[in-house]
Design a protein around this ligand. Sequence first.
Ligand code: FMN
Ligand code: FE2
Ligand code: FE2
Length: 402
Amino acid sequence: MKKLKIADGIHMLTMNVEDILFEGIWELANGVTLNSYIVQGEKTAIIDGVIGWDGIPETLYKSLEEIDVNPQDIDYLIVNHMEPDHSGWISNFRKIKDDFKIICTDKAAKMVSSFYGEDKIRIVKEGDTLELGKGKVLSFHPVANVHWPDTMYTYEKDTKTLFSCDMFGAFGRMGDHCFDDELTSEEIEFFELEGLRYYSNVMATFTTSLKKAIEKAKTLEINTIAPGHGPVYRKNPQKIIDDYSRYALYAEGAGKNEVTILWGSMYGMTAKAVDFVESILQREGIKYNKLEMPLESESEMVAAVFRSAGIIIAAPTYEYKLFPPVAAALSELGRKKITGKTAFRLGSYGWSGGAEKELSEIIERNRMNWDFIESVEFEGAPKEEDFKKIEARVLELIEKMK
Ligand SMILES: Cc1cc2nc3c(=O)[nH]c(=O)nc-3n(C[C@H](O)[C@H](O)[C@H](O)COP(=O)(O)O)c2cc1C
Ligand SMILES: [Fe+2]
Ligand SMILES: [Fe+2]
């Protein structure tokens, strides 16, 4: 666990977590950080206390002592969001101290009680404040459905620090550099991709609420954004606000000028067409990602489709339906409410087809509203005339992406 000073009386504790499935689903090749913040006036508050994934609070207690905070002196536990990656240590903490108060929204209070049996809770509403002394004043700003319905921002007025919890967060482990102004250009690029992956994997479903949270952040005068995952923005907090505004657009159909080929093939017939598609994209100088299902990780699949303006689905018919791993991937994208993408499908069939029908059903059922160019289906192996059609449709897709 690393300890960093954010401002006088404000510290960050951060730890890298590796080798987990985030939310039990997302395989994180580059890890994730859990960040906690301590605000000290005459009273002491901890915002989003984190512990190791193993549930052992001793690391946290030791780190607190190293920044001269006796864990017994903590008066308030600010729970911006009840999800256990931010609140999982509450019951352990109760074992060493009895007279602390939890501060959270009404929706979080219900969960703090049902998950941990806590009842010493102060419920806060928009604009409520908590004076800690020595000039430190916290104010609370609910941002419902930034992930869960219970979420809020905590804002420290003296230093103009926004503790944004899941909002403005990113996946990716942190090395020695935890502040935006310390990041090298490689690290900046790394956290842009990991931020995008985090948004697409965890937050995309809630884009409507995130847009409101972006607007709420704009009403506060902010010097520093201190999220629950990823780097702290103190030089240019506007950057992460702009990034999130862009991600919200990606969720609704915009994207980088790149194509993702989401494909699968049993005996290589559809694969022949995929090779051909690649040759066209290369010739046209279009950046592309090629993701073979089911070999690709769910996390990367969602992130790649999310950031791309054009999607090519290449999959055959299987038992009168769409090749199941690709169908499952599309359903996952539907759950994530990744809408409005420009897309094209191709694929092989043996005798009847059926993939196309299921594709339409998935798109309809999830109200994905993807803009499809006419599909190319071929019996068995793709022939010369199929390649001609595929080339024309890929060029059409590239044109439409613009
Ligand atoms: C398990 C299995 C189920 C299939 N079900 C259908 C089907 O319902 N209708 C159809 O037209 N073809 C069906 N096919 C034939 C495939 O669509 C065909 O072999 C196609 O060329 C496979 O393309 P691929 O080599 O890219 O996987 C099936 C093939 C397999 C192996
Ligand atoms: Fe969360
Ligand atoms: Fe989180």
